[in-house]
Design a protein around this ligand. Sequence first.
Ligand SMILES: [Zn+2]
Ligand SMILES: [Zn+2]
Length: 302
Amino acid sequence: MLTVTFLGTSAARPTVERNVSGLSLQREGETLLFECGEGTQRQMMRYGVSFALSEIFFTHFHADHFLGVIGLIRTLGLQGRPEPLFLYGPKGAKKVLGEAMKLGVERVPFPVEIREVKPGDGMRDAGYGVRPGYEISVFPTEHGGGSVGYALREFERRGRFDVEKAKAAGIPEGPLWGKIAKGEMAGPEGVVGPARPGRLVVFTGDTRPTASVVDAAKGADLLIHEATFGEEEKERAKETGHSTAKEAAQVALAAGVKKLMMCHVSARYSTSADELVKEAREVFPNAGVAKDGMEVDVPFSD
Ligand SMILES: [Zn+2]
Ligand SMILES: [Zn+2]
């Protein structure tokens, strides 16, 4: 199971319909949080996202992406959490988040470790140990001030066990099949098929359309790209370091992703983002604009 839950999809400020940036990713019982704008903890409660998380990833430090971490950490403290919490962000994370930690909290009763990341980091090791079956890589985005995006890439899975070939090779049905299927024992050639790809989910945060995102998202199962504006405000997108829906779609097309979900939409699209969807689908058909509370499952491709 790999599911993304959109907790906030509005750019810059909350609206009645949409909160500011927040996104959770649930995988094999683990919850990861990306961005934590003001009000994110209430969105987590509303949409049933677990507070039992160990890591929060930040793409940059504009207020709409991190202010919620202060209240969330205070709540986690009230709940008597003992486990450490790891906060990741680009250069400046230690200063900004370090100051945020001191606001309105006398003492955080559990360890909070702030780690600065840089483009190219593999982040194989999570704060709590080695990540089970995936890594999170960091790539540069274009939003000024050293902003980054994150890609979750699962490792390859073993190939499928071919029952017919096993029978043909004269391997008796029983425990041997299980051992060969799990790789605990070598079987005749072809009984276990070729390794199957894991899933790739890419989250850009705020950015102009850029080649580094295309590279990071090559063949992704899901690309989550910001789309703050529509085509009529494409100049404004350029001036403010954001993307239009069409530009997000062009990135999705160039990267050959399977699905594009757009978020971080300007307040004018808060009630209806149909215009953004239409503009994007002219370039890349499998595109949509997320709403708060929307869950997107990412299945294996085979
Ligand atoms: Zn933003
Ligand atoms: Zn920003």
